[in-house]
Each structure stands twice: as structure tokens, then as C-alpha cells.
Design a binder for this molecule. Structure first.
Ligand SMILES: [Zn+2]
Ligand SMILES: [Zn+2]
Length: 385
């Protein structure tokens, strides 16, 4: 089959590789019909992770089941399914609690002592191949496959967002404990930040503030009803306090991660976290879902090299704030978010800018990585005729 393979910093190509096989009786194989390029793929693409050369990337996957292991019960050949980016077993102590992003069965314990969680085609998340390919092996298929309704093909570009960015955006608002009628400030209007904006709107936020430095992304956030601020704007915290009776937003979402940069384009790893401490009210909660990593040898910043930031902890403590972090447990939300799409209450595909064949993936990575104008979200169709 053909697959998008990582060969080193900014070097990816579409290669011929062996087809995946059923390895355990609980596996299925799917034929990918849509697979997305994610902002978090760019950390690997840029060589800012320890992902191994030869890895097939791609963790936002939707397709048709073509082969079924003997012990699979509910998934049948021909089913159209979307897969959470995290791979869970369904029976370990974390999966049992709904924390499928921290599965203990599927994790690779050699990565880091105490590490949990697994994902397709991702650095440090186990030996699993990604889905930017024609075919993909899905472990524990009964648990991981979310079945799609009859409008699966018609709304495919919406449903594929259930693999990661829609649940991840939703998760940021849940970690931030947003309640109907409250205000939220969201840092980052990339695909996940925009999904956080959509989620906050669905959950009845009274005001949604979005901060980013790319005008076209801010325009999309405005379309979703947000009030937007350019990173260059002076003192975003003061402006938000002016709109919230001097208090600050009720809660905040971090949707950027460790490679955040200032208006001049320089990476300043603590910028967003400290801006959130400033712009959220005393006692407010922060939901942090942008990727931060334990080591970043490629960083210029000395602290960032060892996974640290200079955090305004004094101000955070003094304001009595709370914070919750980590990757989204997609299984905790994807079924209900699927139903919002099915019943016309959510259209996450509004951010899609490109639909391309797999062969175009290397070129798409380049444009998406450069943040080239117009490249907000890329969908690949690996088996398009
Ligand atoms: Zn993703
Ligand atoms: Zn598990």
C-alpha cells in the first residue's frame, strides 16, 4: 500500500510499504477514506520530537472495515467507522474510568516510567502505525471503532473531526469547567482552538474571547460568534477585564502548546500559560490541551529543553486558580458529538480548507507547516479513485 512516511525533519514522502495485517484476534483492518493532517503532526514533521524515522504518521482516521479478527464481536466488514486518535483497550483501570487517553494496556512502558496512553502514528505513543495510508490496523476494534450513521458519507468531513480535534476542543472547555452563561478565553485559533470555540458556543458561553495572530483564523472564530484579539493587541488581559466587569474571563483554554510564539514570531514557551493566568478571573479554571512535552532538545529556550516553563505560579496561587491538563479521552465524548453532527447541531467541517489525495501530502505538510495563507485544515483521501 501507499503511506506517508517520516524520514527526518521536514522530510516526509509517500512510499510503498507492506499492508497492515491482523495481528491479534481483536483487530480489524480499515481502508481509509479520510485522514487529516493535524497541527500536532507538525511537531514531528519539524523534528521537534523523538519520533523514529520510517514511522507512518496520521492519527485522525475514518474509513471502511475490510477485514475482521476472529474475536471481534460488533464490528462488521463494510462498516463505516471513525477512530479516536488514542488507542484504548477498554478494560484497564484507566479505560474503565473513561480515561482512554491513558490506557495502560496499549502504552509503551519504555517511553517514560509511569507513562500511559497510546496513539496511531505518534511520537512516544507506542509502536502503532498511522493512518495517512491506504490501510490501518485497529487494535481492540470493538472498543475503538465508533460506528457512523447512514449519513456517514454525506457528512464524512464532519465525522472525521471526531477522531481528534472536535473532542479535543470540547475537552478543553470541560477541563476549564465552563458552565452555560459563563465567559471563556481561548488561546489559539488553529483547528483545535476553533473547535473549542464551537464547543463553547454549543455549551452556552455568554462571551467567547479568542486570541491568535492569523487574521483568517480569527475570522473563522468570529463566524462562530467569538470576540477576537490579535496577539499584537496591547494588553489582551486588560481588554478582557474591560468586557467582564473588571474581573477577567470565568475560565480559559490553552489550545496552542509548547511551540507558542510572540507577535514577532519568536518562540516564548511560557507566553500563553502566563497570559491565561492574567486574563482569567481569580478562582477561574484553566484547561490546557495544547501539547507540552517532557523534553524538547530542539528548543532555543534552556528551560524548554527539559520540558519546563517559567510559570507565574505566584499570581496563579494568589488568584486561587485551578488547572487541568492533558490529551483528550476521545471515547468520553465522541458518541455524543457524533449525534450533534448527525442531528445538524454541529458542523466542524467548516474549518476545512483542502481535500487532497495522499500523493499531495508532502506538499500539504509544507504549506500547513509554513502557516501559508488559506491552509487551515487539510483532509487526505488515500483511496480516492
Ligand atoms: Zn490531531
Ligand atoms: Zn486501557
Amino acid at each position: 500500500m501507499k503511506a506517508l512516511v517520516y524520514h527526518g525533519p521536514k522530510k516526509v514522502s509517500v512510499d510503498s510499504v507492506p499492508d497492515p495485517k491482523i495481528e491479534k484476534h481483536t483487530d480489524v483492518i480499515i481502508k481509509l477514506t479520510t485522514t487529516n493532517i493535524c497541527g500536532s503532526d507538525l511537531h514531528m514533521y519539524e523534528g521537534r520530537t523523538d519520533v523514529e524515522k520510517g514511522k507512518i504518521l496520521g492519527h485522525e482516521n475514518l474509513g471502511e472495515v475490510v477485514e475482521v479478527g476472529k474475536a471481534v464481536d460488533t464490528v462488521k466488514k463494510g462498516d463505516k467507522v471513525v477512530l479516536p486518535f488514542n488507542i484504548g483497550c477498554g478494560f484497564c483501570q484507566n479505560c474503565e474510568r473513561g480515561l482512554s487517553g491513558y490506557c495502560l494496556t496499549c502504552a509503551d512502558p519504555t517511553v517514560m516510567p509511569g507513562m500511559a496512553g497510546a496513539a496511531y502514528g505518534f511520537a512516544g505513543m507506542g509502536p502503532y502505525s498511522g493512518g495517512q495510508a491506504q490501510y490501518l490496523r485497529v487494535p481492540y476494534a470493538d472498543y475503538n471503532c465508533l460506528q457512523l450513521p447512514a449519513d456517514a458519507t454525506e457528512k464524512e468531513n464532519d465525522y472525521v473531526m471526531l477522531s481528534d480535534i472536535f473532542p479535543t476542543g470540547w475537552h478543553s472547555t470541560r477541563l476549564a469547567q465552563l458552565e452555560p452563561g459563563q465567559s471563556i478565553v481561548i488561546y489559539g485559533a488553529g483547528p483545535v482552538g476553533l473547535m473549542a470555540t464551537l464547543s463553547a458556543k454549543i455549551q452556552g458561553a455568554s462571551q467567547i474571547f479568542v486570541v491568535d495572530d492569523i487574521p483568517e483564523r480569527l475570522a473563522l472564530a468570529e463566524k462562530l460568534g467569538a470576540k477576537t484579539f490579535h496577539t499584537k493587541d496591547d494588553k489582551v488581559g486588560d481588554q478582557i477585564r474591560a468586557l467582564t466587569n473588571g474581573l477577567g474571563a470565568d475560565c480559559g483554554a490553552e489550545c496552542i502548546g509548547y511551540q507558542c510564539h510572540n507577535a514577532a514570531g519568536k518562540e516564548v514557551p511560557n507566553l500563553v500559560m502566563n497570559s491565561l493566568v492574567d486574563s482569567v478571573k481569580a478562582t477561574g479554571v484553566l484547561g490546557v490541551i495544547g501539547v507540552f512535552i517532557p523534553q524538547d532538545p530542539g528548543a532555543e529556550d534552556k528551560l524548554a529543553k527539559v520540558g519546563q516553563i517559567a510559570f507565574d505560579f505566584g499570581k496563579f496561587w494568589f488568584k486561587g486558580m485551578k488547572m487541568a491538563t492533558g490529551q483528550c479521552n476521545v471515547k468520553a465524548y465522541n458518541r455524543r458529538l457524533r449525534d450533534l453532527i448527525h442531528h445538524g447541531k454541529a458542523n466542524p467541517s467548516m474549518i476545512v480548507s483542502h481535500e487532497l489525495p495522499l500523493e499531495e501530502a508532502p506538499n500539504a505538510y509544507k504549506h500547513f507547516d509554513n502557516r501559508d495563507k488559506g491552509w487551515t485544515k487539510v483532509l487526505l483521501h488515500p483511496n480516492a479513485a
